[in-house]
Design a protein around this ligand. Structure first.
Ligand SMILES: [Zn+2]
Length: 255
């Protein structure tokens, strides 16, 4: 994986304006990993994908993340500052392997969900499914995900179809999928300094990073406009400058 130039990041942003979040995540990685096919990137588990996005975010915008949340109890506004390292999960597990699970007398083989799975789910139902564990029980999204990721279910010697298996077993499979890929479901432990309320909030690197890229892109397009208007420089030349040099010129034209 490599870092992205300003021109490359702007290109990904423009392409992503009409994409769903899962597609945006793949567009970013495709630009940063030109030696890998979209198929390969889409086959990474959600946690593997999010770990790469976290690293790319660190390279592009630094290690510090600043997020705003509202206390669910008193609605007070909290500004959170944390580091990439705080939410990076170290895992030695082989995330591409087939997982074996025994629940009561059911023997289950499954693999971890990936971005290709998410793109096939109904996007209206799961517009931003970063956390596999957040899929509601019994929804068609859960059913579709299980259809794709459960490789086999045996009860004794007999193979069972998913729709013949009790819902409690299916729920456990979904829970185990989430546990096996912890980077896919990052929870922040939060407490409100005003009212003392404690709760957990999901951190989704895809929507967080994309929101930052959107803000960045709108700013840099304005900077290009200001410098191109003042000096007549080409967009490509302005984007190729270091951010520092761009800021120096902007200071001189009062932009
Ligand atoms: Zn509060």
């Amino acid at each position: 994986m490599k870092s992205l130039s300003a021109a490359e990041l702007l290109g990904v942003w423009e392409q992503g304006l009409t994409q769903y979040p899962v597609q945006r995540s793949l567009s970013l990685l495709a630009a940063a990993c030109p030696d890998q096919s979209l198929e390969q990137l889409g086959s990474l588990s959600i946690g593997q994908r999010d770990a790469l996005l976290l690293t790319l975010r660190e390279w592009m915008f630094g290690t510090e993340l600043v997020s705003v949340v509202y206390c669910p109890s008193c609605r007070d506004r909290l500004e959170l500052t944390f580091n990439v390292g705080d939410i990076r999960v170290s895992s030695n597990a082989d995330l591409t392997e087939v997982h074996l699970l025994q629940i009561a007398d059911y023997h289950v083989q499954f693999r971890l969900p990936n971005s290709l799975d998410l793109t096939t789910l109904i996007p209206e139902l799961v517009p931003d499914l970063a956390a596999v564990g957040s899929i509601a029980n019994g929804t068609s999204a859960q059913q579709q995900l299980l259809d794709r990721c459960v490789l086999s279910i045996h009860q004794g010697e007999s193979e069972r179809a998913i729709h013949d298996v009790p819902a409690t077993v299916l729920d456990t499979i979904v829970e185990q999928m989430a546990d096996a890929d912890p980077q896919a479901d990052v929870q922040l432990d939060l407490s409100c300094p005003l009212c003392g309320h404690r709760w957990q909030s999901t951190f989704d690197i895809v929507s967080f990073f994309w929101s930052e890229i959107h803000t960045w892109a709108n700013r840099i397009v304005r900077e290009v406009h200001t410098l191109a208007s003042a000096y007549g420089w080409r967009e490509a030349d302005i984007l190729a400058m270091s951010a520092l040099r761009r800021q120096l010129y902007l200071g001189m034209v009062g932009g």
